[in-house]
Ligand binder design. Structure first.
Ligand code: NAD
Length: 426
């Protein structure tokens, strides 16, 4: 992942005509902290976990990025993810560079008390290197507002200060932002609507994709992964007039041709433990409304828009030839592999890249940081309105770059971001 990320940044730098020193400066992380966390387990055993914090680039502002707890965490992975955060923050033009941290641990094997001790120990180790003007961590895979709350409290205890903007993704009661829960899904729908609008109203047709939606018909959507991001994407998409006909989770998928209701589907999923079997139209769930399909089949449905919102690499060499959607919105991080990206883009599929589509999360993190610094918190609608403006502007800028440079939206997003980062070099 690190090699691929480096290659893409370097290629983009060359396209922009940057010299090799500048490209190196923008590609390599400025600092990578590597350390161990010794943890006394409840059974008395001492266990040692590897941990990292990569601080990629601070040219545009303090480092920003999540902390993940996962057995696959490695130094190279956090380096790659921190570089992608530098790109993402520059795409939406928020004043940050990229950061990412992680602990190589399976948190499901820890008790609640052990998880809290590990989280506090991680915060204590990185405390000298972070802060509202240096590096602002947030949740990522397997970490959540409660964990951010523990880390934030530990950080403030060590530093002897009150610093609400030192962490984001905190519980609202500890200075978190309203609107953070729905931010990523909502941001994705805003980006999709804006891009569709630009396509419709653009005098310059992009040669890179061929879109043709029959007028008068609702645009159909399938969402892979009905978790936080997938559910909110589906919910706001339906509110904006799209027809969500299928959703999946790790256990299965459901197809409701006439369009499903995300709220009743979520209620049903919470009851059954899976969306499979949840044929919910309006406020009623009934077997006559739909059918259960496999989670693999969902990706191959003949829908207008496919939204991978679960895992990385979901659309890959094995299934890329079976994809029938005209647009893919990358709501997960890296759900379309490089090979599939090239194949589908050549076929004329429009892929809205993760560094734009799912940037709503980090954008509301930025708004949480602003609120923390000013000591004044906004209502949810105010946060979502600000988010909408930022996402619309970024979509338009990426779109314009793709026309100007005759490239895919992913390349355009990287061009825009790297140009913005390089502008800060003196
Ligand atoms: P989540 O854990 O709430 O949801 C993930 C969902 O994917 C679950 O419903 C799970 O059952 C489902 N899933 C897992 N494997 C699947 C499979 N093979 N097929 C279909 N469904 C499957 O996670 P989330 O917060 O919604 O994040 C989803 C993705 O979005 C991740 O890649 C994450 O990194 C990315 N992302 C999240 C945010 C955020 O704010 N939460 C921000 C940016 C990017």
């Amino acid at each position: 992942m690190w090699e691929e990320t480096k290659k893409f940044i370097k290629q983009t730098g060359k396209k922009l005509g940057l010299d090799s020193g500048t490209i190196e400066r923008i590609t390599e992380p400025e600092m990578v902290h590597e350390f161990i966390i010794p943890l006394k387990r409840e059974n008395g055993e001492l266990q040692v976990f590897k941990a990292y914090r990569s601080q990629h680039n601070s040219l545009r502002g303090p480092y920003k990025g999540g902390i993940r707890f996962h057995p696959d965490v490695s130094k190279e992975e956090v380096m790659a993810l921190s570089a992608l955060m530098s790109i993402k923050c520059a795409v939406v033009n928020i004043p940050y560079g990229g950061g990412k941290g992680g602990v190589k641990v399976d948190p499901k094997k820890l008790s609640e008390r052990e998880l809290e001790a590990l989280s506090r120990a991680y915060a204590a180790k990185i405390a000298p290197f972070i802060g509202q003007d240096k590096d602002i961590p947030a949740p990522d895979v397997n970490t959540n507002p409660t964990i951010m709350g523990w880390m934030h409290e530990e950080y403030e205890k060590i530093k002897g200060v009150k610093e609400p903007a030192a962490f984001t993704g905190k519980p609202v009661s500890r200075g978190g932002s309203k609107g953070r829960v729905e931010a990523t899904g909502y941001g994705g729908v805003v980006v999709l609507e804006k891009i569709l609008n630009l396509i419709k109203n653009s005098r310059h047709k992009s040669p890179n994709f061929k879109l043709n939606f029959p007028s008068g018909k609702k645009i159909t959507v399938a969402v892979q992964g009905f978790g936080n991001v997938g559910y909110h994407f589906a919910k706001f998409a339906v509110e904006k007039g799209f027809k969500v006909i299928a959703v999946s989770d790790s256990k299965g998928a459901v197809l409701v041709k006439e369009g499903l209701d995300p709220d009743t589907t979520l209620e049903c999923k919470n009851e059954k433990g899976t969306v499979a079997g949840c044929y919910c139209k309006g406020s009623v769930c009934d077997v006559r409304f739909g059918k259960t399909i496999s989670k693999e089949a969902l990706l191959e449905l003949p829908v207008d828009i496919l939204v991978p919102a679960a895992l990385e690499g979901a659309i890959n060499k094995q299934n890329m030839k079976k994809i029938k959607a005209k647009i893919i919105v990358e709501m997960a991080n890296g759900p379309v592999t490089t090979e599939a990206y090239e194949y589908l883009s050549k076929k004329g599929v429009l892929i809205i890249p993760d560094v734009l589509a799912n940037a709503g999360g980090v954008t509301v993190s930025y708004l949480e940081w602003v609120q923390g610094r000013q000591g004044f918190w906004w209502e949810k609608q105010e946060v979502l309105d600000k988010l909408e403006k930022i996402m619309q502007k970024a979509s338009e800028e990426v779109w314009k770059y793709s026309l100007r440079h005759n490239t895919t939206l992913k390349e355009a997003a990287f061009l825009l971001a790297i140009e913005r980062i390089a502008q800060n070099l003196v």
